[in-house]
Design a protein around this ligand. Structure first.
Ligand code: ADP
Ligand code: MG
Length: 620
């Protein structure tokens, strides 16, 4: 039989590659803007017509290309940005694959004009569907102009697949804004169908944000800033009262590159916990600077994901930094533009040996005992003695200690006292269990006395919080205990439900579920988390599927969050359940060992306190 394998001609290979690189006009915009930035342009003009469907034109004043480079730039895998694979680990440019121009030229009419600064004349090249039409010498200013016309002219299926002009323009504006926010030192202009949409002068980060989002934005921004060995964090978060329902003011930049990170996004929402109404989204513009060697930029051209070596520390730092800034702003709104060093973080990141935080707690302090001695005493701060704990939790513990510093108006003094107690109780798990006086009211609330008066705790919400943090911990460190089932249990689900379950299988395994079989319509479990009973299993899984259907989260961390919330909700003890004294006490102790004991995972108040003063007033 004759040989049948043939090499694809270049233009076909380019067209196939283009399918990956260029999904829509906005992808072209991104590639061309990034090339202009890599060429060190200080001014970039973007001109589009009909949402980029007929024209995308980028003009820069960067360093331009020589005649040979101009021709080579359209070859596949032709790049000036890396020479060897190792260079990938030290990238300071946006591009590196050398694929964008080749791909774009395969599926559009492209005209390039470029000149280097020291050259008299420049080069003009016209390429259509990978075919060189014209190459000539011309007079042109220093820099590069690339016009991309009739995108997808030779792939009608792709062209028909494009959305309305309004939608495609929105995507272009998104890309433009991401580049603009990442590079405030570059002047950027955007025209659409002859109208100037943006004209952004060279400026600083804050001014750039305001220029893009409008004058009112200035008063919304709370600056954040932190320098550590691992990362430099700067930027802004929006004040909680300006939060919106949409997520379109959420930006992360790593080394001036826009990225998406559900995990870091979660760190920010965690910092905002308790400050936002349900379904409201915080705004943020966060700039991270890290050593390029410590990140792994996904090699896929259109992906904006990134992997950090030390994601956990980054998470904790980001959360603490944002929380600190928010706290600072709550205490003194006037300080929000200028950082007051007196209010600086009480610990020193720069000389940080994070493994051994120095947390000061009083070992003998017991909030639930000895009320008589302190009755009516409103200055409730616990007494501190010097104590060093070898903590493996490093950052998290630091952060818990921080709570009492960021005395936001949302938290009453009593709450802050509890936050401090949380340190006490979580540090001394080996201590003798302390006696806690509790009483269950209407099978719904647990009442207990505390130093300043009494606390009334919603048992269902409290348990949700305890489970939520426990499950989240299990997922992140994968140390859940599971119970082997004597006989595996089988459940039947629809195809889409099975698909959902498969999507979260790994997280479920980390919590303690063991899958022995998954088919198109059944799952079989051979093990389940030790704190779930077999009889509840069906309800719990159904509830989880239900919760996922209502809100299909993107990926990664937010998905885990929905999953864990759902499980916490269905596993938590209900209102109406009678609790034994020991159970009540365990719940109270576990609750105040939580990082955020005051609100449930669904942002509902878990407990209220009544001080003796409050009671006294009622008896006047
Ligand atoms: P990459 O950016 O991954 O290197 P591209 O296909 O986007 O690949 O560009 C190929 C090469 O063309 C670049 O490496 C660069 O040398 C050159 N180039 C592209 N655009 C410009 C520009 N605006 N100014 C100067 N050189 C450019
Ligand atoms: Mg490029």
């Amino acid at each position: 039989m004759a040989d049948i394998i043939r090499l694809l001609p270049d233009h076909v290979a380019n067209q196939i590659a283009a399918g990956e690189v260029v999904q829509r006009p906005a992808s072209v915009v991104k590639e061309l803007l990034e090339n202009a930035i890599d060429a060190k342009a200080s001014e970039i003009k973007l001109i589009v017509k009909e949402a980029g469907k007929t024209l995308i034109h980028v003009i820069d004043n960067g360093f331009g290309m020589s005649e040979t480079d101009a021709r080579l730039s359209f070859e596949r895998h032709a790049t000036s940005k890396i020479q060897a694979a190792e260079d990938l680990f030290n990238l300071c440019t946006k591009g590196f694959r050398g694929e964008a121009l080749a791909s774009i030229a395969a599926i559009a009419h492209v005209e390039l004009q470029t000149k280097k600064e020291d050259a008299e004349l420049g080069t003009r090249i016209k390429i259509e569907g990978s075919k060189l039409i014209i190459q000539e010498v011309i007079a042109t200013p220093t820099g590069t102009s690339i016009a991309v016309k009739n995108l997808f002219y030779n792939i009608p299926a792709r062209r028909n697949f494009l959305k309305s002009d309004a939608v495609e323009l929105r995507h272009i504006i998104d890309e433009f804004q991401r580049v603009a926010l990442a590079h405030p030192d570059i002047k950027l202009v955007l025209y659409h169908n002859g109208n100037e949409l943006f004209n952004l002068p060279k400026s600083n980060n804050r001014q750039r944000i305001v220029n893009i989002l409008g004058g009112k934005t200035n008063e919304k921004l709370v600056p954040i800033q932190e320098d550590t060995d691992i990362v430099k964090i700067s930027g802004f978060v929006g004040k909680p009262e300006f939060a919106k329902k949409s997520r379109n003011e959420q930006f992360f930049f790593v080394n001036n590159r826009f990225i998406k990170s559900p995990y870091l996004h979660h760190a920010i929402t965690a910092a905002f916990e308790g400050l936002l109404k349900e379904k409201m989204q915080p705004s943020y513009f966060i700039y991270l600077e890290v050593n390029p060697e410590t990140i792994d930029i996904n090699i896929h051209p259109t992906k904006t994901e990134i992997k950090f070596d030390d994601e956990h520390s980054l998470y904790a730092m980001l959360r603490a930094t944002v929380k600190h800034s928010l706290g600072q702003f709550n205490i003194a709104p006037v300080l929000d533009f200028e950082r007051d060093s007196n209010l600086d973080t009480p610990y020193n990141y720069k000389n940080k040996q994070a493994a051994i935080p120095n947390i000061q707690v009083d070992r003998s302090f017991n909030p639930f005992a000895d009320e008589k001695k302190t009755f009516g005493n409103t200055t409730t701060a616990p007494r501190y003695t010097n104590y060093k704990k070898e903590s493996t939790e490093g950052w998290e513990s630091l952060y818990v200690g921080l709570e009492s510093q960021s005395n936001s108006s949302q938290f009453s003094t009593e709450n802050i006292e509890f936050e401090s107690e949380a340190v006490t109780s979580s540090l001394f798990t080996n201590e003798e269990p302390r006696e806690t006086l509790t009483y269950q009211l209407h099978r719904k609330y647990i009442v207990s006395s505390i130093k300043s008066g009494i606390v009334i705790i919603d048992q269902h919400r409290a348990h949700q919080r305890v489970l939520y943090e426990q499950l989240l911990r299990n997922i992140t460190v994968s140390e859940a205990v599971s119970q082997q089932l004597l006989f595996p249990v089988k459940f039947t689900f629809s195809t889409s439900e099975i698909a959902l379950l498969k999507g979260v299988k790994e997280s479920l395994e980390n919590i303690g579920f063991m899958f022995s079989d998954i088919t198109d319509d059944t799952i079989e479990l051979s093990g389940i988390p030790s704190n779930i009973s077999e009889s509840e299993l069906q309800i719990i899984i159904e509830q989880m599927l239900n919760d996922f259907q209502g809100e299909i989260p993107d990926t990664g961390f937010s998905q885990t969050d929905v999953l864990v919330k759902s499980l916490a909700k269905s596993m938590a003890i209900r209102t109406g359940k009678k609790l034994e004294v020991e159970e009540q006490q365990a719940l109270v102790n576990n609750l105040f060992a939580c990082k955020e004991p005051s609100v449930s995972p669904f942002q509902k108040t878990i407990f209220i306190t009544l001080s003796v003063d409050d009671l006294d007033k009622k008896f006047i």
